[in-house]
Design a binder for this molecule. Structure first.
Ligand SMILES: NC(=O)c1ccc[n+]([C@@H]2O[C@H](COP(=O)([O-])OP(=O)(O)OC[C@H]3O[C@@H](n4cnc5c(N)ncnc54)[C@H](O)[C@@H]3O)[C@@H](O)[C@H]2O)c1
Length: 385
């Protein structure tokens, strides 16, 4: 029996995503590859005692619990950090993690704005030995995997249009209290684009679909929300964003349109991530709204009919789940962590779809910064990726 390498993780931020990460680690036996195994050895949050107890009650491996992230990143118990904290902390935390010599799986948007992202990228360049990636789990749905493979086959012919988006609806409840994700100073001036944008950019950028121009329409619909006392306070973040880009088909060199949507107020959608690709020879679409379905069509004549393929548990990293069973968010998130861990393996083929790279976060920030400028000026903005 081979002895599998262990990567010891410290978690900074024990909220929604910190718990999701931990739960994925707890059922690592789900995966049947022989790659490195994650172990959670240290946790850090600001003050929430109940969250700490959830972790320590479920993970015997945790030996350090702290409210000071410096203690965690300096600890010999930690090889890598999963950092899931509000956006205003990304720059300082990510840079300090790298300076402490720890590998980093950081949450998007990888800096509250382009300047913060630039500072993080500059620090990354000083540590080429560290494995630094940005979280983005949706490409690890089997339907998204099928989409990536379909794109790589060139079945679309020449690209005409790509639509990628992420729709939420919980903000339709106007009595929902304001939280850090709806405050410019903590979430950033990008609003919903900072929260959801990288999810929509990851596959297009990896496919080489780099926008040359950006035009954006940004909406702040819920202009006030109750605070924790119930008093109404201003809510200044963008709720819904539609970005229209002009790209060049990397194969044909011809222009095509790319529409990137990030909406917190999309009636009927809980957490719908989707990508649609339309080409002269073929088209395809996938949405987490209907996670078992991959639709594609071949354009052979005047009439074209969509084919729906019922996708089972066809993951990048093999799992114990029967091939006919359904996939959910937690599966995709675990698959993403497996993609990150595959980079710690000393042998074997590289993962076919690696986690978001620092350079891709940089391109994402360029798109979002141009979107803000476009909305402000009403102009189409040229960018150079
Ligand atoms: N990949 C995804 O699908 C996904 C989904 C939601 C959020 N996110 C990202 O994850 C990150 C965190 O979001 P979340 O939803 O988990 O937020 P959250 O509010 O649920 O949790 C944030 C955590 O950060 C901790 N924290 C805040 N200030 C801190 C400090 N000074 N020191 C240490 N800990 C501190 C809080 O105690 C809390 O545990 C953000 O970057 C967000 O964009 C990613």
């Amino acid at each position: 029996m081979s002895i599998r390498k262990t990567v010891r993780f410290g978690l900074i931020g024990l909220g929604l995503m910190g718990k999701e990460f931990a739960s994925a680690v707890a059922r690592w036996c789900h995966l049947i590859d022989d790659g490195p195994v994650p172990e959670i050895t240290a946790i850090c949050n600001r003050s929430d005692q109940a969250a700490r107890e959830w972790f320590t009650g479920n993970f015997d491996s945790i030996r350090l619990v702290t409210g000071d992230y410096h203690e965690l990143i300096e600890s010999d118990l930690v090889d890598a950090v999963y950092c899931a904290v509000p956006h205003d902390l990304h720059e300082r935390y990510y840079i300090d993690i790298l300076r402490a010599g720890k590998h980093l799986l950081g949450e998007k948007p990888f800096g509250i704005d382009a300047a913060a992202n630039g500072a993080i990228l500059e620090e990354i360049r000083k540590h080429p030995d560290l494995i630094v990636r940005c979280s983005s789990e949706f490409p690890y749905y089997p339907g998204a995997k099928r989409m990536i493979e379909w794109i790589q086959s060139g079945a679309y012919g020449r690209l005409m249009e790509v639509r990628a988006g992420f729709h939420h609806s919980s903000d339709m409840d106007l009595s929902k209290p304001i939280n850090w994700k709806r405050m410019i100073e903590r979430n950033g001036a990008y609003g919903s684009m900072g929260d959801l944008g990288f999810h929509t950019h990851h596959i297009p950028l990896r496919m080489g679909w780099k926008p040359q121009t950006v035009w954006a329409d940004l909406l702040n619909i819920a202009t006030e929300r109750p605070d924790h006392t119930g008093a109404m306070v201003p809510c200044k973040t963008w709720d819904n964003a539609v970005i229209t880009c002009r790209c060049l088909d990397p194969v044909y060199g011809a222009p095509f349109s790319m529409v990137l949507e990030t909406k917190r107020m999309a009636p009927g959608q809980t957490n719908t991530w989707f990508i649609e690709v339309y080409g002269t020879a073929g088209s395809a679409r996938f949405s987490t709204h209907d996670p078992r379905s991959f639709f594609h069509l071949e354009t052979t004549g005047r009439e074209q009919g969509w084919t729906r393929v019922d996708i089972g548990a066809d993951f990048w990293t093999p799992s114990i789940t029967g091939g006919i069973f359904e996939t959910g968010f937690s599966d995709a998130f675990q698959q993403m962590i497996a993609a990150y861990l595959s980079e710690f393996a000393s042998a074997g083929a590289p993962h076919p779809f690696r986690c978001g790279s620092p350079e891709e976060t940089g391109m994402s920030h360029t798109i979002l910064t141009a979107a803000c400028e476009s909305d402000r000026t009403g102009k189409r903005i040229d960018i150079d990726l």
